[in-house]
Design a protein around this ligand. Structure first.
Ligand SMILES: *[C@@H]1O[C@H](CO)[C@@H](O)[C@H](O)[C@H]1NC(C)=O
Length: 256
């Protein structure tokens, strides 16, 4: 098969980027810690948030009783802070909007218990982290009751040494504060730590903290995530690119 000029350029770019991110990971040895975002990084919760909004908005006759669709959800709700969601949904009665959001979080927690699923390969990575004696924290902008519920439903309560909440820090993500707090609490060096994230705001927080970020394309398109400068993008934790990077970072030979 003959390869045209453009095809060859793409191969060269792929090989160069592979060498760059492998080198970036190699520089992390000896690895001390891994930090994880929660929503979209441990589990894909956006579909559950969507169901909660759809059902509760329909119940109160929002949009003439027609359920909001995924498009509306992505444009107006997904990844946004509840203050902004309240103002978008109920511009004439923000108080009502805020109360609605509190009720929605309670309903979300009920649904999480029934529906939450880990991102593919998550337990392979958490086992690798444990087997290698690394420290680990969950770092999230979600409200604490939601974060703790998702973590316990996934069976990871004992796995995490700390759960750091954005609103409990001086500034939430995309500021670096929550990740810097994790580094301090775990007493590890940020030169020997990496982060797993799935949103632009989360990747920005990690990059601003000076820590390499593995971005997951759970929900958001690659091009969008790339604008935040992750070290590496993967589809999920089974992605061979991730394991090629972890190879040699663990304590045990042949661990990856
Ligand atoms: C933090 O880690 C260093 C070693 O890297 C250790 O000497 C120190 O005692 C630790 N501090 C705490 C509070 O655990």
């Amino acid at each position: 098969m003959k390869m045209d000029h453009e095809g060859l350029n793409i191969v060269v770019i792929l090989v160069i980027s592979f060498c760059l991110y492998k080198a970036a990971f190699k520089a992390l040895a000896p690895l001390e810690a891994v930090l994880f975002d929660v929503d979209g990084t441990l589990c894909d919760t956006d579909p559950i948030h969507l169901i909660a909004f759809q059902e509760m908005l329909q119940e109160i006759g929002f949009n003439g009783g027609v359920p909001i669709d995924e498009e509306y959800f992505i444009q107006n709700i997904a990844g946004k802070h509840n203050d902004d969601i309240a103002a978008t949904l109920f511009p004439d009665d923000i108080e009502r909007g805020l109360k609605f959001c509190v009720d929605k979080e309670a309903y979300f927690r009920k649904l999480v218990k029934e529906k939450v699923e880990p991102i593919k390969g998550l337990y392979k990575l958490t086992k690798w982290v444990e087997d290698n004696g690394l420290k680990r924290a969950a770092v999230t902008n979600a409200p604490r009751p939601n974060a703790e519920l998702m973590i316990s439903t996934l069976g990871l309560t004992d796995f995490f040494h700390h759960v750091i909440i954005g609103d409990e820090c001086e500034r939430a993500k995309p500021a670096p504060d929550p990740y810097l707090k994790a580094i301090e609490l775990l007493n590890v060096s940020k030169d020997h730590t990496f982060i797993c994230e799935d949103s632009v705001s989360g990747i920005k927080a990690g990059v601003a903290a000076g820590i390499p970020v593995v971005g997951l394309t759970t929900r958001n398109p690659e091009q969008m995530l790339m604008t935040a400068n992750p070290t590496l993008l993967v589809k999920n934790y089974e992605d061979p690119k991730l394991w090629a990077c972890l190879e040699g970072l663990g304590k045990k030979a042949g661990d990856a």
